[in-house]
Design a protein around this ligand. Structure first.
Ligand code: BGC
Ligand code: BGC
Length: 840
């Protein structure tokens, strides 16, 4: 069967292909694929082969007349302004007034007045400021109200105090479309409290490779399951397709994303290429767009990724031909964050092609001004057809009219605005708690669950009392990092939920992250799993749990060795190879990324006084669970697997345990005393490779004995390398055989993170990044400390100082002068620094 490659093979375990329909009129999948592929140009779709849908939203005559009248009165400047979306980081209300910008957004790391953690009232105040600027007609313009888009992807998840629902992968396990609609409705209400009108959700991706760091944003690898949810979520957010004037009600507009095949990229690489047949594109990734369109989704966001080498935002055959043509989508299409800049022939500052190919609005967060000026210049020169500009503006105005923004008044005057008790209300939290209960998947139970509440429970492991960790990425901050429990008022950690349930049943619970105890417990729960991540920082090379997160395995084994029944609870955005934990524990529960209502876990795990379950497990795997770190080896548990309290007792045959790499995160370059594969750790005198030593084993010496390299502990035994320098200039570098391109990371404010400990401070120290086209350097104050410190060096800063960020060969060089003694624990990319170096 030609249809499926390596990734598709895994999909077979997921049960995906079972229901895939063949191309219209074709007898076998192979023939149909071959016939279109051989005849066609790569990346060009055949709209006539795609299903037809009907977009049910009709603009009433009076409203149509209104928007057409507006269009007729708009200047070219006003029209172009509508096509542009700016981030509040980088455009003021005055900019919106002056340039007639159509929409604003807030990126995951941005917030009102530059504060990602701004309290809820500030969001509403900010909404008013931008709205009022947009409707100011003093310059003689028509004053089209601006609309504000936000990533409310699991609740109004940027806002402190909001209800945080489980991420989509957990909802996929719940198999409950009615619950999805309730979540959509609750999310819409919480968005309305803070004054936004538009959410960049639902993500309707159908991930085919869970090494992708955004896989958890998708409900399932099975397109049918995803499609069964989409309509419910869109209705929950927007209301039924015939309903208008959403701002007079408790609704917002939705955006299905990312069109198309964001979850189909090769090796699960974020923003990569889906090199798949048109049939797979249509039947796997296209399927959820049917119900989205039939439920009147107002907007669609294009994907950063490519299909057959062509970037989505610049694929006319798919955006205009398939989506707007064959599928009848009548709303407007927005691009993703500067994604237009990745289209062939475009830059971040100039890309008329995207508009010509069918997108209607440019998400140009910090590039809105050059994009605006460039479009205006070209439109004036007649380079862009006016009919395309008018069509795009009309589509945006129709959506605004349906939303009711022309008559709604300023955000703070609308229903629900400023009703702070709706944000994280008990009713919404109850829905989230129900969702947590229903999303849990039981993979193993040797008769220990449900736990009786009367006894003594030990709760161990990492992340047990950490709401940020159980919430994952896209929570308050972009990557979900840099948060603590105080930023989740009203929320409940897994630990607090368990403690409440046990105490309510007359028992006692003890929190002990490392598993130690003074009084022998009757049972133990050990929480482990992934730490928060989002876009591209979550990409991995294999499906093994990162080695530095496997510490709790030892705790499980030790408790079990003492005869204490162990329940493993895994916090994770994806199925991973965790056979050691599956073997070590007596029961194994996948909690996914449950969000703010940790009590949902206790509801199912802790029984009543008689030892009977209060709630049973309902969750079923939304995708297959891997047998080894390589998905090509097939499934340990198939798609749809999940035990409950009625399941017959399971015989346990120990699973094979394979050794995994020190790290499979390509953003980690040095950890556990070793450079990651393809990297070398070097010591030289800063004058090239002549006097260079490559450090493989320790102890070692370099530069004629001026440097001694030894091992010291960090996180794990001998997890760091210590450099004792007697005098002079010394450079410690990480070199990659292939130059690496960090443009995307730089754009997104990612930092180079150095975790180091200093015994004796050098006379001076600097970090530099060496690229084929230039080097950038910055001073680093390495003061002596008695512990390791994680320093953050913004990539943006290294780029500003001249580093060729597109082709770095030695992205990390630490140069010191004078006598010094320091150790390096980790070198990686990330966002969670303890000390950020100022870019002076
Ligand atoms: C993401 C989108 C998101 C947008 C705005 C992009 O980087 O891919 O999913 O909606 O940023 O934050
Ligand atoms: C994300 C934004 C985020 C930004 C960080 C983008 O890729 O989508 O939401 O705020 O990077 O600077």
């Amino acid at each position: 069967m030609k249809l499926v490659g390596l990734m598709g093979q895994f999909a077979v375990f997921g049960g995906i292909l079972a229901g895939v329909t063949t191309l219209a009129g074709a007898q076998t999948t192979t023939d149909a694929t071959a016939s279109t592929d051989t005849l066609s140009e790569r990346g060009v779709a055949h709209p006539e082969l795609w299903p037809k849908y009907h977009y049910p939203v009709v603009t009433p005559m009076d409203e149509e007349r209104h928007v057409e009248d507006l269009l007729a009165r708009m200047t070219l400047e006003e029209k172009i302004g509508q096509l542009v979306q700016a981030d509040i980081c980088c455009a003021t209300p005055d900019d919106i007034r002056k340039y007639h910008i159509g929409s604003i957004l807030v990126g995951g790391s941005d917030g009102p007045n530059g504060n990602d953690f701004a309290p809820a009232p500030e969001w509403l105040k900010t909404a008013d400021a931008y709205y009022l600027a947009s409707v100011d007609k003093r310059d003689g313009g028509v004053g089209i109200p601006v609309i504000w888009g936000i990533d409310a992807v699991h609740g109004n998840s940027n806002i402190i105090g909001a209800t945080i629902f489980p991420h989509n992968i957990g909802l996929g396990a719940a198999r409950n479309p009615e619950l999805i609609e309730k979540i959509g409705a609750a999310t819409a209400q919480e968005i309305r409290v803070t004054g936004q009108e538009w959410t960049f959700a639902p993500t309707v991706t159908v991930p085919q490779d869970y090494r992708w760091g955004r896989a958890y944003e998708g409900y399932s690898s099975d397109p049918k399951l995803v499609a069964s949810y989409v309509g419910a979520m869109v209705r929950g957010l927007q209301g039924p397709p015939g309903q208008r004037d959403l701002l007079a009600r408790d609704k917002v507009i939705a955006s299905t994303k990312h069109f198309l095949a964001d979850g189909g990229t090769k090796n699960g690489v974020d923003q990569g290429d889906a090199d798949i047949s048109e049939q797979e594109l249509r039947d796997i990734h296209g399927l959820p767009y049917g119900p989205a369109i039939e439920n009147g989704v107002a907007t669609v966001m294009t994907s950063f990724s490519s299909w057959q080498g062509v970037k989505m935002a610049g694929n006319k055959s798919l955006v205009t031909g398939v989506l707007k043509g064959q599928m009848d989508f009548g709303g407007f299409v927005v691009t993703d964050w500067n994604a237009h800049g990745q289209i062939k022939g475009c830059t971040n500052d100039s890309c008329p092609k995207a508009l010509e190919d069918g997108i209607d609005m440019y998400m140009a967060p910090n590039t809105w001004k050059p994009i605006y000026e460039d479009l205006l210049k070209r439109a004036k020169a007649g380079e862009i057809p006016m009919s395309r500009i008018d069509d795009a503006v009309l589509r945006i105005l129709r959506v605004k009219s349906r939303l009711g923004v022309f008559t709604a008044g300023k955000p703070s005057s609308r229903p629900l605005s400023g009703k702070w008790d709706i944000l994280g209300s008990p009713a919404h939290r109850a829905i989230a708690r129900e969702a947590v209960r229903e999303s849990l998947v039981l993979l193993k139970n040797q008769g220990v669950l449900p736990l009786k509440p009367g006894g003594r429970l030990l709760v161990a492991g990492e992340g047990t009392d950490d709401i940020a960790r159980q919430s994952g990425g896209w929570t308050i901050s972009w990557q979900g990092t840099g948060l603590d429990n105080s930023m989740f008022p009203g929320a409940t950690s897994l630990w607090t939920g368990l403690k409440h349930a046990v105490e309510a049943g007359g028992g006692t619970a003890q929190l002990s992250p490392d598993g130690s105890f003074t009084q022998r417990p009757d049972a133990a729960i050990v929480v482990f799993g992934e730490k928060p991540y989002a876009e591209f920082q979550g990409d991995r090379a294999t499906l093994a749990l990162d080695a530095d997160l496997t510490g709790p395995y030892k705790t499980m084994a030790e408790l079990k060795a003492q005869g204490i029944p162990v329940v493993a609870v895994m916090i994770t955005g994806r199925p991973l190879y965790v056979n050691q934990a599956l073997n070590a524990a007596d029961a194994f529960v996948v909690a996914w990324l449950p969000g703010s209502e940790g009590e949902g876990l206790a509801d199912v795990l802790i029984g009543d006084a008689q030892g009977h379950a209060r709630y049973d497990f309902k969750g079923k795997l939304p995708t297959a669970w891997p047998k080894t770190p390589s998905m090509a080896d097939g499934a340990l548990y198939p798609y749809g697997y999940g035990l409950n309290y009625e399941s017959p007792p399971q015989a346990w045959k120990p699973l094979p345990e394979v050794k995994t790499a020190i790290t499979n995160d390509n953003h980690v370059w040095f950890t556990a005393g070793q450079p990651a594969s393809s990297w070398s750790l070097l010591v030289n005198d800063g004058n090239g490779t002549a006097n260079e030593t490559r450090i493989t084993t320790v102890p070692a010496t370099a530069l004629g004995g001026r440097v001694t390299i030894s091992a010291t502990d960090y996180k794990v035994q001998e997890g760091a390398r210590r450099f004792s320098v007697s005098n002079g200039l010394v450079a410690v570098a990480l070199r990659n055989f292939n130059a690496i391109d960090l443009r995307r990371e730089t754009n997104a404010k990612v930092m180079l993170l150095l975790t180091a400990r200093v015994w004796q401070a050098p006379e001076s120290a600097e970090i530099s990044s060496v690229g084929t086209g230039g080097t950038g350097a910055i001073q680093i104050p390495l003061d002596a400390t008695d512990h390791f410190v994680r320093y953050g060096i913004p990539l943006e800063c290294l780029a500003q100082k001249g580093a060729d960020i597109q082709a770095l060969t030695e992205p990390f060089v630490l140069t010191t002068t004078g006598k010094t003694d320091f150790a390096i624990g980790e070198i990686r990319l990330g966002t969670d620094a303890e000390k950020v170096l100022p870019c002076k």
